[in-house]
Design a protein around this ligand. Structure first.
Ligand code: FES
Length: 155
């Protein structure tokens, strides 16, 4: 990895944005990487702007490497104001923001973020009555396999 990329990741990790669950989220997506075992969950909250549904806020929780956390931090900022359709067309590379191009060995880290975003966009709205809070990633992982969590392996 280049020193410049490592330095950008370090900067992003020094002040990660939008970490933690969004208690009033409209959609949640979770993805796991069979390659490295890392997992990432993304929450989306929508609002209406100029008659269009747009992403108001996005947040994430990760059991992942530093690159995945840095990309998720960038991506959750980048998603604000995007329509679901615009967000759906963002690639892992688009989601890296100012981190720039990911080194080949870190491309799957960006794909983890992209996968969680797509899973959230595909998810149906939070069922009613809404739970008091969406389970944290740790709670989901430690919960018995009851079908409550959908893990989408990356190709
Ligand atoms: Fe697994 Fe980065 S090494 S997401």
């Amino acid at each position: 990895m280049s020193d410049e990329f490592e330095s950008k990741v370090r900067d992003a990790l020094a002040n990660p944005q939008n970490q933690g669950e969004l208690p009033d989220a409209d959609a949640v997506g979770t993805v796991g990487s069979p390659d490295c075992g890392d997992m990432l969950r993304m929450w989306l909250k929508f609002t209406e702007k100029d008659g269009k549904k747009v992403i108001d806020r996005a947040s994430f929780q990760a059991f992942g490497c530093q690159t995945a956390i840095a990309v998720a931090s960038m991506a959750t900022e980048l998603l604000k104001g995007k329509t679901p359709e615009e967000a759906r067309h963002l690639s892992a590379q688009d989601l890296t923001g100012s981190l720039g191009t990911l080194p080949p060995m870190k491309i799957h880290c960006g794909q983890l973020v992209e996968g969680a975003l797509r899973d959230a966009l595909d998810a149906s709205p939070t069922p009613s009555p809404a739970p008091s809070h969406a389970p944290t990633l740790a709670e989901s992982i430690h919960r018995p396999a009851s079908g409550k969590i959908r893990i989408v392996p990356l190709d």
